[in-house]
Structure formats: structure tokens, C-alpha cells
Write a protein that binds this ligand. Structure first.
Ligand code: NAP
Length: 256
């Protein structure tokens, strides 16, 4: 599967969708996997499918729970897992007409503040002697504001900025921060979308791509092409051209 074999991994948000597919891929490759999510019944049922996966129920929005989880793992294994993937997120489709402050705050709390909570817990417990790869699963919707992405896109933009800001500072402490930016994946999250999603991937395919990118050591694992290529191009367009394309997208998605 990978050039690098991870001995231990911790997938936060690993009970469904992309996270579950990454757990499966890692567990089958022989990695000891700790899996976290809020719904402990679903989490335990899922982990029971693997001899080398264990459940650690956790709400990433709760700073105390994040600290306790890190302490527990350290007490059990004396070191953090080689690979930690911050994959937990929620999504509510939203546009200008349905802009909902409470829902925006809820998304920000899980998708962004959850990452801050976990990074803070990891940094305060981390000793310098072992390198740990910490990947955050973000999204190309965080690269530039896209029509329909008003609530979710800013949460991912914030995480990308956070990781870029911390990357070089935390290297000294042995934390190797990375980004994974997948395009559309068929999960309960995208089941809420009522538009055609280009290059929609199965979670198993996306998990393989994500883990391969992480094993290769690169900072940014973005896929699939050519979808990502066009979005990266959009990211660099001057505003006039960018908004011209955005207007076309809005028109296309407007109900007559
Ligand atoms: N699907 C896509 O097209 C797509 C595209 C780009 C990026 N992404 C990103 O990929 C990641 C996985 O998405 P997905 O589509 O696989 O979603 P998903 O199936 O809904 O999985 C989300 C996971 O996160 C857990 N979770 C949610 N809130 C949590 C919290 N507060 N604390 C701890 N765990 C929590 C969920 O379990 P519980 O509900 O039991 O807590 C579940 O295990 C997300 O970061 C998402 O933003 C997805």
C-alpha cells in the first residue's frame, strides 16, 4: 500500500466515510489503529470488524476530552502514534438565502476549533524524541470562496491557514503537519448535495490516495486530477475572472 509502513495510527473521525475507509486500509496493512468519533455504539461496532483497531470515543470540540485522550494514549503506549489524522468534520449546505449563523458556528466549532483543540493537546503532551505525522483533512473548498460553500468553505480555509502558520514552528517538536485535500467523496456528508459532483470518488479509493500521499512525505496531498488541477488554477485567477466564472456557476445551479 505505502512506501512507509505506519506502526500505529489514530484516526479522529474514523467511524464512517473517508475515515472508516482509511482505518480499513491501515488495519489491513497491519497498522495498530485507534479510532475516535462521538457515537460510541457505532464506533465500537465498526472497530469490532478488525483485530487491530480499538475505539476511543471522543468529541473533538471538547478540549478536556482531547487532553484526556492524548494522556490516555501516552499512558498506554508511552509514545504518540506515528500517524494522527484529524478527519472529523460536519457539513450543512448553505448559500446566501440559507445563511444560518448558528449552523456556521457549529461547523466552525467542529471543523476548525476541533483541530485547534487537538493540536493544542498534542503539543502540550509531545516530547521531542519521536516524529509524529499529523494530517488534517481539509478541502479544496477552503482554497477560494465557492458559490454554495458559505458555511463549510471558511472552516476549511481556516484550517489550511492554521496548518500553514504552525507547520515550521512545530517541526522542532517533531510534529510533521500535513494537509489532505480530497475532491468529492461519496459519503453521508455529500449525500446532502443536490448538485452533480464532478469526479465523485468512492471512500476506499480516496483513502488509498490519501494514505499514499501521506506515505510519500509531501505536505499537500490533493486529488483527484484533473478536478484539482482546475481548482488550483481558479485559486490563482484575478478576482474579475474568478467572479465571472462564479456567476456562471450560480446561474447553472439556480432553479428556474
Ligand atoms: N465527502 C467529501 O466529499 C469530502 C470532500 C473533501 C473533504 N472532506 C473531508 O473529509 C473528512 C471526512 O468526511 P466524510 O465525508 O467521510 O464525513 P463523514 O462520513 O460524516 O465522517 C465524519 C466522521 O467524523 C466524526 N465526527 C463528526 N463530528 C465529530 C466530533 N465533534 N468529534 C469527533 N468526531 C466527530 C463522525 O462520527 P460521529 O458523528 O459519531 O462523531 C465520523 O466518524 C471531513 O474532514 C470532510 O470535511 C470530505
Amino acid at each position: 500500500m505505502n512506501k512507509r509502513i505506519w506502526k500505529q495510527a489514530w484516526i479522529i473521525g474514523g467511524s464512517t466515510g473517508l475515515g472508516a475507509a482509511m482505518v480499513q486500509e491501515l488495519a489491513h496493512a497491519g497498522t495498530e489503529v485507534v479510532v475516535s468519533a462521538r457515537n460510541s455504539e457505532r464506533l465500537t461496532n465498526f472497530c469490532n470488524h478488525f483485530v487491530n483497531a480499538s475505539a476511543l470515543s471522543l468529541d473533538i470540540t471538547d478540549q478536556d476530552e482531547c487532553n484526556q485522550a492524548v494522556s490516555m494514549l501516552l499512558a498506554k503506549n508511552e509514545a504518540l502514534p506515528d500517524l494522527i489524522i484529524l478527519n472529523a468534520a460536519i457539513y450543512t449546505p448553505m448559500n446566501a438565502r440559507s445563511l444560518d449563523p448558528a449552523e456556521c458556528a457549529r461547523m466552525m466549532d467542529v471543523n476548525y476549533q476541533g483541530v485547534v483543540n487537538m493540536l493544542s493537546a498534542l503539543l502540550s503532551h509531545k516530547s521531542d524524541d519521536k516524529e509524529v505525522t499529523v494530517a488534517t483533512v481539509t478541502s479544496p473548498s477552503g482554497w477560494r470562496g465557492l458559490p454554495g460553500g458559505a458555511g463549510y468553505g471558511p472552516t476549511k480555509a481556516a484550517v489550511i491557514n492554521l496548518v500553514e502558520s504552525l507547520k515550521t514552528e512545530v517541526e522542532k517538536q517533531g510534529l510533521d503537519l500535513r494537509l489532505v485535500n480530497p475532491g468529492f467523496i461519496k459519503t453521508r456528508l455529500t449525500d446532502k448535495n443536490d448538485f452533480k459532483m464532478p469526479q465523485l470518488m468512492e471512500p476506499e479509493y480516496a483513502a488509498k490516495k490519501a494514505l499514499k500521499g501521506l506515505a510519500s512525505g509531501k505536505f499537500d496531498t490533493s486529488f483527484p486530477n484533473p478536478f484539482i488541477f482546475y481548482l488550483k488554477l481558479l485559486r490563482h485567477l484575478p478576482y474579475r475572472m474568478y467572479f465571472w466564472i462564479a456567476r456562471k456557476l450560480v446561474k447553472k445551479n439556480e432553479t428556474p
